[in-house]
Design a protein around this ligand. Structure first.
Ligand SMILES: Cc1cc2nc3c(=O)[nH]c(=O)nc-3n(C[C@H](O)[C@H](O)[C@H](O)COP(=O)(O)OP(=O)(O)OC[C@H]3O[C@@H](n4cnc5c(N)ncnc54)[C@H](O)[C@@H]3O)c2cc1C
Length: 369
C-alpha cells in the first residue's frame, strides 16, 4: 500500500462525518479514539425558514478525526501483513497490452519500479491510475467542489449534523458537522459555480442568520478543501489488472457526496478480488459490489438526479426548490412521485411541505431564520 502523503490521513479533505447504517453494513468497529462526536439525528435547515429534525436510523452518525481514522486503517493493514509506505507516489505506469506491468514510484524521493500482479486503484477523485490508463469514469461536471473550515464556536452548538439547503448555495449544500460542543467543520459543497471557494464560505458563514449565530471566521483551526465525485452508480470498474474503487470509481452516495464508508466497503471488495486476480483466479468484483452496495449507491444516484433536475429547470423559485430538495433528501417524496407535488409546492410551499412531513415522525419547525 503506497500513499504519496508524508503522513497518512493528513491533510484532511473531508467533513469527517460517517453514517452509522453503513458502518453496520461494513462490520467495521470504529476505534473510540477516532470518534469525536455522536449525532442521534440530522437537522435540515431549508430555505433559511424550515427546520426539520430527522431521527431515522439512516441519519444517525458520528464525526471522526480522519487523521486518526485513516492512520488506524493503515495500521490495521500493516498489522495484518501488508507492506505500507507513506511518502511514496505513483508517478506513471508501464503497460503490457491491457495490463499494467510496472509502476514507477517515487519512494522517499528515490525513483523505483515495482511489478504488481494486481492493483487496487484507491487513489482518489483525481486518480493517477485513471489518467495513466486514459480512462475517465466521470466528467468534471459530476464533481462537487468542497471547502470547509474547522471552527471554534462562540456558544454551544446543537449536537447534530446540520444540512443547509437554500437558494444562496444553489445545487449543493452547506453543513455544520460538530466535533464537540464548541468545535465543528463548517463547509459547503458547491456544484456548477466557479466562485472562489474560500471567499464564498467566509461570506456564507458571516451572512447566514443561523451559522453566524455560532461562528465567526476568525477562529479557523484548519482549512479543508477538496473535490467530491457525485456521478451516480458506476459499478466496480476493472481495466486489465487494475480494480478501481472509492472516489477513483465515483463510489459515493451521490446526493450528499458521502464517501468514507462506501469507499471502505467497495475498497474491501476490490482488495479481495485483486488478491484472487493475483493468484491467477477470475475476479468477481463488479458482481459482488452489485450484491453489497448497489442498493445504496443507486438510491443515492436517484436522489441526486432528482435534485439536479430541480435546480436545473422548472417553474420553481428558490424557496420551493429548497423545500422540494429537503423533501427529496428526507424521502418525504420519492423521485418518481416528485411531479405530483411540484404544482402544490409552487402554489403554497409551506403548506405542501407540512402535508408531506405529516405522519413522518420528524420534528418540523417553521421560523424565519
Ligand atoms: C470537502 C469534502 C467533504 C467531505 N465530507 C465527507 C463526509 O463528511 N463524510 C464522508 O463520508 N465523505 C465525505 N467526503 C468524501 C470523502 O472524503 C471521500 O469520498 C473519501 O475520502 C474517498 O476515499 P478514497 O480512499 O477513495 O479517496 P481519498 O480519501 O481521496 O484517498 C486517496 C488517497 O490516494 C493517495 N494518492 C492519490 N494519488 C496518489 C499517487 N499518485 N500516488 C500515491 N498516492 C496517491 C492520496 O494521498 C490519498 O491518501 C467529503 C469530500 C470532500 C471533498
Amino acid at each position: 500500500m503506497v500513499d504519496k502523503k508524508k503522513e497518512i490521513g493528513t491533510p484532511v479533505q473531508c467533513g469527517e462525518v460517517i453514517g452509522l447504517e453503513l458502518v453496520k453494513r461494513s462490520g467495521m468497529r470504529i476505534p473510540e479514539s477516532a470518534i469525536v462526536a455522536r449525532h442521534a439525528f440530522t437537522r435540515f435547515v431549508l430555505g433559511r425558514e424550515v427546520i426539520i429534525d430527522n431521527h431515522e436510523p439512516y441519519w444517525r452518525a458520528v464525526t471522526v478525526e480522519r487523521k486518526i481514522f485513516d492512520k488506524h486503517l493503515a495500521f490495521r493493514a500493516a498489522s495484518a501483513g501488508a507492506a505500507v509506505q507513506a511518502d511514496t507516489r505513483l508517478l506513471s505506469v508501464r503497460k503490457d497490452g491491457e495490463r499494467v506491468a510496472g509502476c514507477m514510484l517515487s519512494h522517499h524521493g528515490e525513483e523505483m519500479e515495482v511489478s504488481p500482479k494486481a492493483i487496487v486503484a484507491a487513489d482518489g477523485v483525481h486518480s493517477t491510475l485513471a489518467k495513466e490508463l486514459g480512462v475517465e469514469f466521470f466528467s468534471p461536471k459530476d464533481v462537487a467542489r468542497g471547502v470547509e473550515f474547522e471552527l471554534v464556536a462562540k456558544r454551544d452548538i446543537p449536537q447534530a449534523m446540520q444540512i443547509f439547503i437554500e437558494e444562496e448555495i444553489g445545487l449543493g449544500y452547506g453543513w455544520i458537522i460538530p466535533k464537540g460542543k464548541r468545535r465543528a467543520n463548517v463547509g459547503l459543497g458547491l456544484v456548477g459555480t466557479n466562485a472562489s471557494r474560500r471567499t464564498f464560505l467566509e461570506e456564507w458563514i458571516t451572512g447566514h442568520p443561523v451559522v453566524s449565530r455560532y461562528f465567526d471566521v476568525d477562529k479557523v483551526l484548519e482549512v479543508k478543501m477538496g473535490d467530491a465525485p457525485v456521478p451516480g452508480f458506476l459499478g466496480g470498474p476493472v481495466r486489465g489488472n487494475v480494480l478501481f474503487c472509492g472516489d477513483a470509481a465515483g463510489q459515493t452516495l451521490a446526493f450528499v457526496g458521502e464517501g468514507i464508508m462506501p469507499s471502505y466497503i467497495c475498497g474491501g471488495l476490490a482488495g479481495k478480488h485483486a488478491a484472487l486476480l493475483a493468484q491467477g483466479k477470475g475476479e468477481r468484483y463488479e458482481e459482488e459490489l452489485v450484491e453489497n452496495m448497489a442498493d445504496q449507491l443507486m438510491m443515492g444516484a436517484a436522489l441526486r438526479d432528482a435534485l439536479v433536475e430541480l435546480w436545473a429547470s422548472g417553474p420553481y423559485d428558490g424557496r420551493a426548490r429548497a423545500l422540494l430538495s429537503g423533501a427529496v433528501m428526507n424521502e418525504l417524496v420519492s423521485p418518481d412521485a416528485l411531479d405530483d407535488v411540484i404544482g402544490p409546492m409552487v402554489a403554497d410551499p409551506l403548506r405542501t411541505f407540512r402535508d408531506l412531513a405529516k405522519g413522518s415522525g420528524m420534528t418540523l419547525r417553521v421560523r424565519r431564520c
